[in-house]
Ligand binder design. Structure first.
Ligand code: GLV
Length: 312
């Protein structure tokens, strides 16, 4: 079996050995400029159009991450009728649940305030907040958002989830569901912390803007672990300056790496991390891809196939 591989950086040094170990019967080659030889499968992350444009025999394309927005931007260069398969979970959901739990607890338990006080040796207790007043609203309830919701429920927070269409997940007991455009305002008004885990599509780009963020209760927090383009950055900055948003924890940005001159770096109420809320775990991802290739070769269905019309 011939497999074409591409990542935009020198990460292939890490990926190729683990993929070759997981797929010992296959020939896995690193794409190079001008390589149009046919392949059975492609395993890629953010490929330029040239990687896939001339691939007419692919049985599936595996994306080395959860978000497929960069793939959909390839437009015509994305071979039609070839299943696009993302990593589903692969250790990412737990990492995201840890990241969001840490951020929510930081705000809820005043840890950000205590860290600042410690810098000046200030001993000052703050009254515990009531978790009933600390509803966490999760935008997007796929594999990743569901795991985040579960973790926050276990920590005692009221959890609201906003989704495009109604869901019936039995194991998401206790999560207040809000569906579609009609429920969006009520969802925002009920959420003291807003967590974005949405896929980036034309419908969700810029969804976090002055109009929507202003509907959160005064003193709310934003946690974005999805894509930078969900947020209108100037609007967020203004709402923080006005005190409407008390703080934000941001893992993703319109431009990455976030330029050193970006105003977010100078806003103490914004906590910045370098797109690490969930890193793809190489071994788990390689095993998952190998299992899916085996399933596809046997004519079986696999999880994580992207609905191209929906965009995720
Ligand atoms: C990372 O952002 C991913 O989509 O996997």
């Amino acid at each position: 079996m011939n497999i074409l591989f591409y990542t935009p950086d020198d990460k292939h040094d890490i990926w190729l050995p683990v993929l070759r170990a997981a797929l010992p019967q296959s020939t896995i080659r690193l794409w190079h400029e001008g390589d149009n030889s046919p392949a059975d499968y492609a395993i890629v992350w953010k490929p330029p159009a040239a990687v896939l444009r001339e691939q007419h025999d692919l049985k599936a394309i595996f994306v080395l991450g959860a978000g497929v927005d960069a793939m959909l931007q390839l437009g015509e260069a994305l071979p039609a009728n070839v299943p696009l398969i993302r990593i589903d979970d692969g250790g990412m959901a737990l990492q995201m649940a840890q990241y969001v739990s840490h951020a929510v607890l930081t705000y809820f338990r005043w840890f950000d305030v205590y860290a600042k006080q410690a810098q000046t040796g200030e001993w000052q207790q703050h009254a515990p907040l009531s978790s009933a007043d600390f509803g966490v609203g999760i935008m997007g309830l796929g594999v990743l958002g569901s795991r985040v919701a579960k973790a926050l429920r276990a920590l005692g927070f009221p959890v609201n989830a906003w989704t495009r269409s109604a869901r019936s997940d039995a194991d998401l007991d206790g999560v207040q569901s809000y569906v579609g455009e009609a429920d969006f305002s009520r969802f925002l008004q009920a959420s003291r912390v807003l967590v974005c885990v949405l896929p980036l599509t034309t419908q969700t780009e810029n969804i976090l803007n002055r109009h929507t963020l202003a509907q959160l209760p005064r003193g709310s927090y934003l946690i974005n672990i999805a894509r930078g383009a969900h947020v209108v950055e100037e609007d967020l900055q203004e709402l923080i300056a006005e005190g409407h948003i008390a703080g934000a924890t941001l893992d993703v940005f319109r431009q990455e790496p976030l330029p050193p001159t970006h105003a977010f770096w100078r806003e103490p109420r914004i906590t910045i991390t370098p797109h690490i809320s969930a890193l793809t775990l190489h071994d788990e991802a390689a095993v998952q891809i190998a299992q899916k290739i085996a399933a596809l070769e046997n004519g079986l269905a696999v999880a994580g196939v992207v609905d191209l019309a929906r965009g995720y």
